[in-house]
Structure formats: C-alpha cells, structure tokens
Ligand binder design. Structure first.
Ligand code: G3H
Length: 236
C-alpha cells in the first residue's frame, strides 16, 4: 500500500499532518529550498512531539555535492533522533564520491534515503551503488519547484522503471515533486512505498505557506481511494 508522506516545518503543522492521517512526517523548511533543512533543535523538538506515533524523516538541506559536507550534515541531522535522513543527490560529477562517503554512516545504522531529481536528468545507473552503500530508500523529487511537477519531467513509464528498480534492489521507494491531487491515482498505480507532498497540502497550494487541514484531508481521501484500487491493479 502506498503511504502518505507529509513535509512539515513546525509543531503546528506536524499536528495537522498527524490528525490528517499522514503516514510519515517529513521535517523540512520549504522556504530554504527543495530539501531545505530545519535547525537541528527544531527537528529534535518535532521528533519528541511525534513521539513514535509515525516514522519521522528529515532533509539535510540543498547542499553542494561535497562528500565531507554531506557526511557532516547527515550526522548532525541524525542526531535530532529522526528515523530517516534524506540526502539530495544534485546533478554533479561528484555524486558517486558522495554516495561512497555516506556508506560508513549507513553501516553505523543511519537510515539514509537518496533523493534524485526528475528535473536534473537523474541517473538510474546510480541506484545499484546507492543500494550497495546501504541506503534504505530512494526517492524522486524535483529541485526547481517553479518548473512543474514530477510528471512534467518524466513519463509515467520512466517513473515506473525507477519504482521497479529501487524495489528490486531491496530499497523503499518514494515519489514526490509538486504532486497534485490528479497525480495520485496514476502514481499509486505504480505501487511506490510513499508519495510525498508539501505544496498540495498547503493554503493556496503554496509550499511556503502553511499546511491546510482541508487540503491534507483531500489528499488523504484521494490516496485512500487510489490505494484501495492497488490490489486490483496488481492482479491484472
Ligand atoms: O518530500 C516531499 C516534498 O516535500 C514535496 O514537496 P512539494 O510537493 O512541494 O514538491
């Protein structure tokens, strides 16, 4: 069943996401970029607030592909107590070096999720290395939120290949990137583990605005409807 990941930046938003039925609480400051990071103290306070009711993930920020900087940011973020740390693999010749630099952290038990960007010609060939480095999951997202959503940049067939490949490598797979309500059914049909949302959950669909309980409920309802159809689709 595809689960609902909701990106939140405050305690008030975390409460709305929990009450609205989000399955994963994702800590992020959308004003600071696609994977904008919250201060570690704020993240730790949010982890205490969620108190195990749902798994919690957090982003490390839109950082340059410098291995030591990523490793340091992952350690700092993990110290907040989150269950998963999301690392953006932005377009760069140093992506493989960065993945290698994070492997020791994965070996020490840090649950890492690699985020590839649909609007930056993501390299599916990185996936085996990501799995071998011990990452728990891989996600697709978009880096430039002004340039349209995931399905504007990649055909559904290509997204389906990503989902299958990540799952075949034994990792959990998530899809995000300015997803709208109408994207939910076609993407749930691909059976990813997570669909991730921020903009669609906010007032006037502005990702830098505040989570709106009415929108959270609408997305939750669409997800419930679409996931109810998943077993039937799988049986085809
Ligand atoms: O991880 C999920 C993201 O926060 C999605 O944000 P977005 O829906 O605004 O692209």
């Amino acid at each position: 069943m595809t689960a609902l990941l909701a990106s939140v930046r405050s305690l008030k938003e975390a409460r709305i996401a929990l009450q609205g039925g989000a399955d994963m609480i994702d800590l992020k400051d959308p004003r600071r970029g696609a994977l904008g990071a919250l201060p570690v103290k704020t993240a730790a306070a949010l982890v205490r607030f969620v108190a195990g009711r749902r798994p919690v993930s957090a982003t490390i920020g839109d950082l340059p592909m410098v291995p030591a900087r990523l490793a340091e940011a992952v350690e700092r973020t993990a110290a907040s107590g989150v269950d998963y740390v999301k690392v953006g693999l932005f377009s760069s010749p140093r992506q493989r070096e960065c993945i290698r630099a994070l492997a020791p952290l994965a070996r020490r038990g840090c649950r890492l999720v690699a985020v590839l960007f649909a609007d930056q010609r993501p390299e599916w060939t990185l996936l085996p290395q990501i799995a071998a480095a011990g990452f728990t999951g891989a996600m697709l997202d978009t880096a430039d939120k002004a340039r349209g959503g995931l399905r504007r940049h990649l055909e559904d067939e290509s997204i389906a290949r990503f989902v299958r490949q990540v799952q075949a490598l034994g990792m959990r797979v998530g899809l995000a990137g300015s997803l709208k309500e109408e994207d939910i059914a076609p993407l749930c049909a691909l059976s990813p583990d997570y669909l991730g949302f921020r903009g669609a959950l906010c007032t006037q669909a502005q990702r830098t605005a505040t989570l709106d309980p009415v929108r959270v409920a609408a997305v939750r309802a669409r997800m419930a409807e679409a996931t109810a159809r998943e077993p039937a689709l799988l049986a085809l």
